[in-house]
Design a protein. Structure first.
Length: 326
């Protein structure tokens, strides 16, 4: 008899809890939502975050506030969200760097970049452009590879920092092409671009918007894109795979996650609203024409699968090139 009474009490408590969660989710959101961006107020992630926040605010009827928390290779902002209440009011703008590259080069993180979060959606994906100084006299990946082979270790390439997606793209190219280029890291694209213009470095992977003025002036030349498909921003620029390195396909991925334990009803509500926002024709056009980003709006399960795949890829790459950050 005692067993049945305890069982009945457990069932009642479970039902009450489920009802409470459902009621909370139905009233969600009842206040502004904070979107933590583990990057400074410059660059592609911040631009995407602000576009998404602006569009989503109208969709959900509450403001979405962008909170930039740069530092520590995305650790500072990411950890803040990992420890936040799982109520849907604190979200993370996650990226290839935050969930895949940082854990690959810094294995002792104060959180698990996948299991401590609930994926909501992979919002967008896009390429990095491989650009060279026009004075280098290189017009294709094949020509860059040939030059690097003739001068092993003497061609410098830059990146916005150690363990950035930009560096990992070039290191992957180096492995596949079997060439030796010397890496020079900078403290962001703003510092790296002048170095490329002055011939301090000869090549780098970079987001299109950062290089666009210099591509248009002719001082820089785009010779390839990192993704498996050409960019809508410059359809005449081939992919690296088309340039002789078959299978090369690395994208800059930006998505949104919540703290682990966030009720599924809230995750679903956020996913539905974000998907509608991203697939709005005006939003798709702005992301594509201004930033070269392709709207994905994947389901939470699809985004989780993407994160797991990317994490494994960059873990192998970091091991192959012996890249670690203490």
């Amino acid at each position: 008899m005692v067993f049945y009474l305890n069982h009945a009490k457990s069932m009642i408590l479970a039902s009450a809890l489920a009802f409470s969660v459902a009621s909370f989710a139905q009233g969600f959101p009842a206040k502004p939502i904070k979107l933590v961006v583990p990057y400074a107020q410059t660059g592609l992630p911040d631009v995407v975050a602000r576009m998404l926040a602006q569009g989503l605010s109208g969709e959900i009827g509450q403001p979405m506030v962008v909170d930039n928390r740069p530092g520590g290779n995305t650790i500072i902002g990411t950890q803040l969200v990992a420890k936040a209440a799982p109520d849907g009011y604190t979200l993370l703008l996650s990226s290839t760097n935050s969930y895949a590259i940082t854990p690959a080069v810094m294995p002792k993180l104060p959180y698990d970049p996948i299991n401590d979060f609930a994926a909501i959606t992979q919002a967008v994906r896009g390429p990095l452009f491989l650009v060279v100084n026009s004075d280098l006299g290189v017009g294709s990946v094949q020509e860059l590879v040939a030059l690097a082979r003739s001068k092993p270790g003497l061609i410098n390439y830059g990146s916005p920092g150690n363990a950035s997606l930009h560096q990992l793209c070039m290191e992957s190219l180096k492995l596949m092409a079997k060439v030796d280029l010397t890496h020079i890291p900078y403290k962001g694209a703003i510092q790296a671009i002048p170095a490329l213009l002055s011939n301090e470095i000869s090549a780098m992977f970079i987001a299109y918007d950062a290089a666009a003025p210099h591509l248009k002036s002719g001082r820089l030349r785009a010779i390839a894109v990192s993704t498996g498909r050409r960019s809508t921003l410059s359809k005449d620029v081939p992919t690296i795979a088309e340039s002789g390195l078959s299978g090369f396909d690395i994208a800059s991925i930006i998505g949104v996650s919540a703290p682990a334990g966030t009720p599924r009803l809230i995750i679903d509500r956020l996913f539905t609203s974000m998907s509608r926002t991203l697939k709005n024709p005006e939003m798709e056009s702005r992301l594509g024409q201004n930033l070269g980003m392709e709207v994905v709006a994947s389901t939470p399960e699809q985004y989780t699968e993407r994160m797991v795949t990317d994490r494994a890829y960059f873990a192998r790459l970091a091991k192959d090139i012996n890249l670690k950050i203490d």
